[in-house]
Design a protein around this ligand. Structure first.
Ligand code: C2E
Ligand code: MG
Ligand code: MG
Length: 544
């Protein structure tokens, strides 16, 4: 059988739309195929140009790493690349594979086939990496590919970067990002997990030690700088259900982020699934017990009225399990496992008990967006307040955005019922989630609490100051007060005051404490001695 050029080209075009050859000095020496359709330039216009001109700048470090990592007979990719000059609305992308044919004078044969434009041109963070990896696993199952998760620690890299000039550190980052992406499946499966730890989804092949050596070489880290690379792999094969896969990935990444190479290794996804299930069972047991046996405590953080000399307005109640750590991971788990409503009810019960014990207190309890949709919760609060009328008019609810509110109409009915019992309603974490504006529009609110991230940024001026000013204007037109959380210093206070915010909370006035304390250096609430009944309310003013 004769191996004619036609026959060879036939094979090549069976898998690619455009074939290029890159000479050792980086120029395109040969091009054939659907160049115009793929790249917008004719084949003839490509020859003689540098390959870099053909690839979008954001993807050049990845292609660079892929090409320079090839030995004779070695293959790189496929990775999805964006082609140069196509950024914006009509991005053109191609799946790219490179092969270094022995005896071809060091030239690299490249094949491009059209691909769906991608959105990622850098490294993922943990959350987006989990989702991207779960999607890659699902596709790999359908196509029978064998993928693995490589967890890589480059100990001392952060310290090394601190010794470099900012430009040199940025260049190192760029090389590292390119090299990690070039090693990843499809070019979009690499993540920076912080603290010199990285993760890559890749096709099973040579061991992770070889992978790490390649990275070090590509990134050109001098061995004398003492960066200590370590890696391990976990097979991503198996038949766990998608929800389990995601949980197992999260579990494996969390333990790697927390403990690095000391974390107990899972060799397969199934092993990670069973570890994460065991861990969840332990956590659920602990959470269930904490709720049932009321094994949690409450801490109190002052909220001040900026329009009244920063006098105490009320305290926010925050839950603590065992230690003083943030309850946020537990709250998220409780929300996922449908344990949040009993927890919220238990917290409200203890909050009311505090109000009864101390007639001068006013307290705000956090309620999950999930709980507020429950008629049973509203009934429970109503009957508690019916038993303790002295607590009426001193209780505020903060609706948190850690879980989305499913049905706004139902939630609003419930909020109105709570308001008619004399409670105030505050929307927590405004601006943190995508739905904040819809909540503001459709829920009956007394106060909007602006998410702390805006307040912390505010001290440095910039766009957030405008955002907050507009928000304050919008809220005052709607008759809703505003509250700034995470006010940590006098600068932040000055900034939120200038923006017209009504209330403030944060370390500047006092951290959460086991007994409700007066805010640092502030005046005493002038209405504290007014009979509670006289404050039975409907408005924030009637409150203090
Ligand atoms: P959140 O309701 O937005 O609470 C504010 C968080 O900011 C609290 O964290 C508080 O300790 C912290 N903080 C207060 N002042 C400052 C400051 O000046 N700077 C900084 N950096 N942080 C400050 P915490 O206690 O860890 O609570 C985290 C989240 O957990 C809360 O966010 C809330 O969403 C949720 N949570 C807490 N207790 C409960 C509860 O009883 N029920 C429900 N459903 N959620 C709760
Ligand atoms: Mg809150
Ligand atoms: Mg908040």
């Amino acid at each position: 059988m004769q191996l004619s050029p036609q026959r060879l080209l036939g094979f090549a075009f069976a898998s690619a739309d455009l074939l290029l050859e890159i000479a050792p000095e980086g120029k395109i020496g040969f091009a054939i195929g659907a160049s115009e359709a793929l790249s917008g330039s004719a084949e003839t216009a490509l020859v003689g140009r540098a390959w870099r001109d053909f690839i979008d700048p954001r993807d050049r470090p990845m292609v660079e790493a892929l090409l320079s990592g090839l030995k004779d007979g070695g293959r790189g990719g496929p990775v999805v690349v964006t082609l140069a000059g196509s950024a914006g609305a009509s991005e053109r992308a191609a799946s790219f594979t490179a092969f270094r044919m022995p005896g071809n004078d060091g030239a690299i044969s490249c094949a491009f086939s059209r691909a769906v434009a991608k959105v990622m041109h850098g490294l993922h963070d943990k959350n987006s990496f989990e989702a991207a990896t779960a999607a890659l696993i699902a596709t790999a199952r359908a196509t029978g590919q064998e993928l693995e998760l490589a967890l890589i620690e480059l100990g001392g890299l952060g310290a090394l970067k601190k010794l470099l000039s900012p430009e040199a550190a940025a260049a190192l980052d760029q090389r590292l990002n390119g090299a990690l992406r070039a090693q990843s499946h499809g070019g979009g499966g690499a993540a920076d997990l912080g603290h010199d730890r990285f993760a890559v989804v890749r096709q099973k092949g040579d061991g992770v030690d070889a992978l790490v050596q390649r990275l070090i070489k590509l990134v050109a880290i001098d061995p004398k700088h003492g960066v200590a690379p370590q890696a391990r792999a976990m097979s991503l094969m198996g038949d766990a259900a998608p929800g389990q896969v995601l949980r197992a990935l999260r579990f494996s990444l969390d333990s790697f982020i927390k403990e690095g190479m000391d974390a107990e290794p899972s060799l397969t996804l199934d092993e990670a699934v069973s570890r994460s299930v065991q861990r969840t069972l332990v956590d659920v047991g602990a959470l269930g017990e904490a709720v049932n046996e009321k094994r949690f405590k409450l801490v109190f953080q002052p909220v001040v009225n900026l329009k009244a000399n920063a006098a105490l307005h009320h305290h926010e109640v925050l839950v603590r399990f065992g230690d003083n750590a943030s309850p946020f991971p537990m709250i998220r788990m409780a929300e996922e496992l449908d344990l949040i409503e009993p927890l919220d009810i238990a917290v409200v019960e203890q909050t009311i008990a505090r109000l009864v014990a101390d007639p001068k207190l006013k307290l705000a309890a956090n309620i999950s967006g999930r709980t507020i949709g429950s008629p049973a919760f509203v009934e429970a609060v109503k009957s508690m307040l019916a038993r303790t009328p002295e607590a009426c008019g001193r209780l505020l609810f903060e609706i948190t955005e850690s879980a989305a509110i499913d049905d706004l109409a139902v939630a609003d009915r419930h909020l109105k019922a709570l308001r008619s019992e004399g409670c105030l309603i505050c929307l927590d974490d405004f601006g943190a989630g995508a739905a904040s504006l819809a909540y503001l529009q459709q829920l009956t609110l007394d106060i909007v609490k602006i998410d702390g991230r805006y307040i912390r940024e505010l001290q440095h001026g910039g766009r957030d100051a405008n955002f907050i000013r507009h928000l304050v204007t919008m809220c005052s037109e709607l008759g809703v007060k505003t509250l700034a959380e995470m006010v940590e210093n006098a600068n932040a206070e000055e900034a939120v005051r200038r923006a017209g915010v009504d209330f403030a909370q944060g370390w500047f006035y006092g951290a959460p404490a086991e007994t409700p304390e007066q805010p640092a250096g502030a005046a005493v609430d002038t209405l504290a001695h007014v009979k509670p009944a006289a404050r039975r309310m409907g408005s924030v003013e009637g409150w203090g």
